[in-house]
Design a binder for this molecule. Structure first.
Ligand SMILES: [Zn+2]
Ligand SMILES: [Zn+2]
Length: 245
């Protein structure tokens, strides 16, 4: 079996003029399908790749809207469209309640909420997931996905005080946020393309894919900055791009 990563959306923090969705990824191995972050616009994108009833689990890395808001659409479809209950949702403590404020605290039975914490490990079918608290204001967890000897590390959102080296053993693919260009960093809670490249290189990553780019950034400039720091050409996340881990 192979593990595939499909990008559903990769715009950092807000959607782009081209209709680009925010953070969302689909990780698949055989019949196991995990939706990793439900940023705005990603639910529609997801449905181009699988029937919603085939989802195995959802992972929410943190509470920022560009990673969670499409949970509301998923809730409605599961509850009133598909009449499905108990979809596992792995999320930081308190997130079900915070998001629940917009549904009057009533998620029905659509989800089975499960709290994740630093260093937690969970198993979803053949996928082993491990979490690491990043350098980002709300409780935020990077995710390591291991299966069949393949390893994916997704940084979620982080500043430079956290690194993919938190997961020892390297990675076949690091999916790293790269919100800014290094000389134009607007906030310390995110990485530049240069920092993403440096982190992946230090961790011995076999490949690096940059994501969570601010929509107005020039893509080629970001790739050049990231590649120079990484030491090899980096990949760039694009909606619907599927990569074997
Ligand atoms: Zn974000
Ligand atoms: Zn964030």
């Amino acid at each position: 079996m192979v593990v595939d990563l499909t990008v559903l959306g990769c715009s950092g923090s807000y959607g782009g003029a081209d209709g680009g969705a925010c953070s969302g990824y689909l990780v698949r191995e055989g019949d196991t399908r995990v939706w990793l972050d439900c940023g705005n616009g990603t639910f529609g994108q997801l449905q181009r790749h699988l029937p919603v009833q085939d989802l195995t689990a959802v992972v929410l890395t943190h509470e920022h809207p560009d990673h969670v808001v499409d949970m509301y659409g998923l809730h409605i479809m599961l509850r009133y469209g598909l009449h499905r209950t108990g979809l596992p949702v792995y999320a930081p403590a308190g997130l079900a309640e915070r998001l629940g404020a917009l549904v009057e605290g009533d998620w029905g039975d659509a989800f089975s909420w499960r709290v994740i914490d630093d260093d937690d490990e969970v198993t979803v079918g053949p996928l082993a997931l491990r979490f690491s608290r990043t350098d980002h204001p709300p409780p935020t967890y990077a995710v390591e996905v291991t299966a069949d000897g393949s390893r994916l590390i997704y940084t979620s959102d982080t500043g430079p005080a956290w690194s993919v080296e938190a997961f020892p053993g390297g990675a076949d693919l690091v999916l790293s946020e790269a919100t800014y260009l290094h000389d134009e960093k607007a906030a310390p809670i995110h990485l530049s393309a240069k920092e993403a490249g440096q982190g992946a290189r230090a961790a011995g990553a076999r490949r690096l894919m940059l994501t969570h780019l601010w929509p107005q950034l020039d893509r080629q400039t970001v790739v050049a900055e990231g590649s120079a720091a990484y030491g090899e050409p980096v990949l760039l996340a694009e909606p619907h791009r599927t990569t074997t881990i």
